[in-house]
Design a protein around this ligand. Structure first.
Ligand code: NAD
Length: 500
């Protein structure tokens, strides 16, 4: 059985007190690995190591090219083990193998991309500024922010870790990563690759463990300069409270309830495919899943019928089985949460079009058939709350204004999508959607080069792209008085005092 240990100060170690807990395969309900249950004392050791490594300057002081070379070695290491890590993701999370391979390849590219940025923008940079007073010389310096505590979720385990670890390391920061207790095993593989890449001890540290034990200790640790968090709104709120106590920088990538507006001039087959991808990819356990679909009334019934037929044809099973497009939900808890949400939706008056039950013939594993609700009350929890499962709501609209109003009527603002053959209309709607990510004529494709993050309760800050790199710097001004004369404010007093 695989064993994921802690990685602290360049050494793989067991937890000081906590023992190990099982990683369970959601397709079989059986354990396939053991994960170290890190505690507050392990977090403390890891943070101290990261602090020492940062303060010594041995990583942040390296020329950008040398840091970039190490990051490229990490990318190569991930690619070299791509299939092994993808199988880990399938067993830990339940996602289909092809999707897992995609995630792992993206994680490798993320390290390469930030290696390039570190070189091009030379991380630490200095800009001379004319302040309009020639007695002063002023400059703005960008410096690595310091020690980062990264807390990540279970839906894209290695990828969500890469989104934080790669830019933080590229910037010259040091980091302690605490992945979700539900899916930590691929982060253990990442730690081995980082170790082999030869980073100085303490620059990257991994502490697995539960949220209340390891996560809370990391979010509250006084030696951390920034907490980079991805997860639910409820936990994000706690992380922000912890950061406020120490006035620490925090970035939050939280949940969503993203809308997808479909106009009546689009090709039906394309609309059906992008709706399916928007909600059933990764079993709907996607923060940006387009779980609220708004369809022009003119094509509503026809589209719904096509969608039902296509949904019922999706192959469900273990992610290791070729051809499977929908795996089990990540855990028993998540399965029960989603089933309870489906039951609440039925009680709310929403019309169940298909799904809502475990698929026939699969007697083990946390499987749920892909589920469609139509004519959903817009005040119901299934319309307003993130479900994080393969459940989509579909409602009709009559006008562009009404579609926009319904789309923007949400506490969340992570993503949104619009589909129409009229590109002017798409651009007009995109400009009015209150979301950090807007897709036109598609839903979900995500690129490392583009900033990622949400409006409203979907979070604070951006990951990925240039913005995701800048998020790991502090900005310092250095102002020099460069004049032979005195400042002439207390000069009389100063002269008298020094002449006396
Ligand atoms: P979660 O909030 O339950 O857990 C996230 C992480 O926080 C885990 O590592 C967990 O151990 C840790 N944690 C739990 N309690 C903690 C505490 N008190 N202090 C510090 N850390 C604690 O979220 P999840 O169920 O793992 O992930 C699903 C959520 O993540 C969804 O809401 C989803 O939308 C969101 N998500 C957002 C994005 C994005 O980019 N916006 C991406 C992926 C997932």
């Amino acid at each position: 059985m695989l064993e994921t240990r802690l990685y602290i100060d360049g050494i793989f170690v067991g937890p000081e007190r906590g023992g190990f807990f099982p990683a369970v395969n959601p397709a079989t309900e059986e354990p396939f690995a053991q994960v170290a249950a890190g505690q507050a004392c392990d977090i403390h050791r890891a943070v101290r190591a990261a602090r020492r490594a940062f303060d010594s300057g041995e990583w942040s002081g390296l020329p950008a090219q040398e840091r970039a070379a190490k990051l490229r070695r990490i990318a190569d290491g991930i690619r070299h083990r791509l299939r092994d890590i993808a199988f880990i993701e399938v067993r830990d999370n339940g996602k289909p193998l092809l999707e897992a391979e995609w995630d792992v390849a993206d994680a490798a590219f993320c390290f390469e991309y930030y290696a390039d940025l570190a070189e091009q923008h030379a991380g630490r940079s200095t800009e001379v500024v004319d302040v309009g007073d020639n007695r002063f010389q002023a400059k703005i310096c960008r410096e690595p922010l310091g020690v980062v505590g990264a807390i990540t979720p279970w839906n894209f385990p290695i990828l969500m870790a890469a989104w934080k670890v790669a830019p933080a390391l590229a910037a010259g920061c040091t980091i302690v990563l605490k992945p979700s207790e539900l899916c930590s095993v691929s982060c253990g593989a990442l730690a081995k690759i980082i170790h082999e890449a030869g980073l100085p001890p303490g620059v990257f540290n991994l502490v697995t463990g539960t949220g209340p034990e390891a996560g809370e200790a990391l979010a509250n640790h006084p030696l951390i300069d920034k907490v980079a968090f991805t997860g639910s709104v409820a936990t994000g709120r706690k992380v922000m409270q912890a950061a406020s106590a120490g006035i620490r920088t925090v970035s939050l990538e939280l949940g969503g309830k993203s809308p997808f507006i479909i106009f009546d001039d689009c090709e039906l087959a394309k609309a059906v495919e992008w709706i399916l991808f928007g909600i059933f990819w990764n079993k709907g356990e996607v923060c940006s899943a387009t779980s609220r679909v708004l369809v022009h009334r003119g094509i509503f019934n026809q589209l719904l019928e096509c969608l039902r037929t296509a949904t019922e044809a999706i192959e469900i099973g273990s992610g290791e089985t070729p051809g499977v497009k929908l795996g089990p939900l990540v855990s028993k808890d998540q399965y029960e949460k989603v089933r309870a949400a489906v039951e609440a939706a039925k009680r709310s008056g929403a019309r169940l079009v298909t799904g809502g039950e475990p698929p026939k013939g699969l007697n083990r594993g946390y499987f749920l058939s892909p589920t469609i609700f139509a004519e959903v009350p817009t005040g119901s929890s299934i319309w307003r709350e993130e479900i994080f499962g393969p459940v989509v709501c579909i409602n009709p609209f009559d006008t562009e204004e009404e579609a926009l109003e319904l789309a923007n009527d949400s506490n969340y603002g992570l993503a949104a999508a619009v589909m129409s053959d009229d590109l002017d209309r798409c651009e007009r709607v995109a400009a009015k959607l209150r979301a950090g990510v807007v897709w036109i004529n598609c839903s979900q494709p995500t690129f490392t080069q583009l900033p990622w993050g949400g409006y409203k309760m979907s979070g604070i800050g951006r990951e990925l792209g240039r913005a995701g790199f800048d998020a790991y710097f502090e900005i310092k001004q250095v102002t020099r008085f460069d004049h032979y004369e005195h400042w002439d404010w207390y000069s009389q007093a100063a002269k008298m005092a020094t002449e006396a």
